[in-house]
Write a protein that binds this ligand. Structure first.
Ligand SMILES: Cc1cc2nc3c(=O)[nH]c(=O)nc-3n(C[C@H](O)[C@H](O)[C@H](O)COP(=O)(O)OP(=O)(O)OC[C@H]3O[C@@H](n4cnc5c(N)ncnc54)[C@H](O)[C@@H]3O)c2cc1C
Length: 328
């Protein structure tokens, strides 16, 4: 069999927390599993956007760094040797008699008995800062994979949402100075986080925009203009974090015949989609009462995998044996 034609029991599309946990569960139920992701590394939104942040609402972890949570999930899934197809975007779906075939944008075909879509918010790109794009990689960043890189630097964070304020909290004890620049008076971030940041004495410039980035070759300063008074302030900065959110797109799943609502896929209580043998879990699913959290995605992934298992093996039990019984 050529490298471009692969076979597996379960294909998981999306290597974020839901996909990684689903991968463990598929292995635990004795199925072979492949995990495809368009990004070059596993971890979904966590690895891409906040690997250094502490997460406080994952069951069993009073507080865990994003990077550590992903590493634990990879170790857990690794017990059953999943095959990772990273850098492959799932593009096309073909329905066969007893299986489905997913073709990646690179032409790799994976024939699977069932597919679990854990595509999160789909393909995502950071919203660009209107000025200074040339400084990308020279001090202008969209994500902060390593906080340490910004130790003792003057940091300007642009944005008024959760990311902007979370980065301010996380960088506070590391950076030399932090200034938040936001174009409105009100913030989208949680009021508690805003108060925490204000309590730390972080400088916040509202109704203001970064109108220029200066320095050669790296960022040395930014020019901030007040929207009404037009007063210009120059701030020393070696790092500019553009935390303006991101543009998400459901991508190729939109043309797979699924029941799509906006950027989400409708699922039933089995996490089954409108297409036979295709299940979904995590941020990408929607139903009445859905809450998009890591903890919820874990539960949905287990539900999806167990139901896919029964779809593949109709005589099998839906309920798995308890994993604690396997250990001794
Ligand atoms: C700044 C920030 C802080 C957060 N803090 C928390 C928190 O404290 N607690 C909490 O519970 N949640 C938090 N969240 C939300 C949490 O990150 C998500 O709920 C979680 O990542 C969803 O996991 P997922 O596996 O469903 O999808 P994702 O993590 O989005 O992963 C989906 C993966 O699918 C891939 N993909 C998409 N389409 C395709 C395709 N066609 N082919 C191949 N691959 C594809 C993507 O590349 C991505 O890697 C936070 C989010 C952000 C942005």
């Amino acid at each position: 069999m050529g490298v471009s034609e692969l076979k597996t029991d379960i294909l998981i599309i999306g290597a974020g927390p839901a996909g990684l946990y689903g991968s463990y569960y598929a292995g635990y139920r004795g199925m072979t599993v492949m995990v495809m992701d368009s990004l070059p590394e596993v971890g979904g939104q966590i690895s891409a956007m906040y690997p250094e942040k502490a997460i406080y609402d994952v069951a069993g972890h009073p507080g865990i760094k994003g990077r550590e949570l992903i590493s634990n999930l990879v170790t857990q899934a690794g017990q059953f040797n999943p095959t990772y197809l990273l850098g492959h975007q799932a593009q096309d779906l073909t329905l066969n008699t007893d299986s489905v075939t997913v073709t990646s944008h690179q032409g790799t075909e994976v024939e699977a008995k069932a597919v679990i879509i854990t595509g999160g918010i789909g393909t995502f790109q950071p919203r660009a800062l209107p000025v200074g794009e040339d400084y990308l990689g020279k001090g202008l960043v969209y994500f902060l994979p390593s906080l340490e890189e910004h130790r003792d630097k003057d940091v300007v964070i642009v944005g008024g949402g959760d990311s902007a304020f979370d980065w301010a909290l996380n960088l506070h004890s590391i950076a030399k100075s932090i200034t938040i620049v936001h174009r409105r008076e009100e913030f989208r971030a949680h009021a508690t986080t805003v108060s925490q940041v204000k309590g730390l004495g972080v400088s916040i410039l509202t109704s203001s925009e970064v109108t220029q980035i200066q320095g050669s070759p790296n960022v040395e300063s930014v020019e901030v203009t007040h929207k009404t008074s037009k007063e210009v302030t120059r701030l020393t900065a070696q790092t500019v974090v553009a935390a303006l959110g991101f543009i998400a797109n459901l991508g190729p799943f939109a043309k797979w015949g699924l029941d799509v609502q906006g950027r989400k896929i409708n699922v039933d209580t089995k996490m089954a989609t409108a297409v036979d043998r295709i299940y979904a879990a995590g941020d990408i699913t929607t139903y009445d009462g859905k809450v998009p959290l890591i903890a919820v995605g874990f539960g949905e992934a287990a539900t999806a995998v167990n139901n896919a298992f029964v779809r593949i093996n109709p005589d099998a039990h839906l309920n798995p044996p308890h994993s604690s019984g396997e250990a001794s």
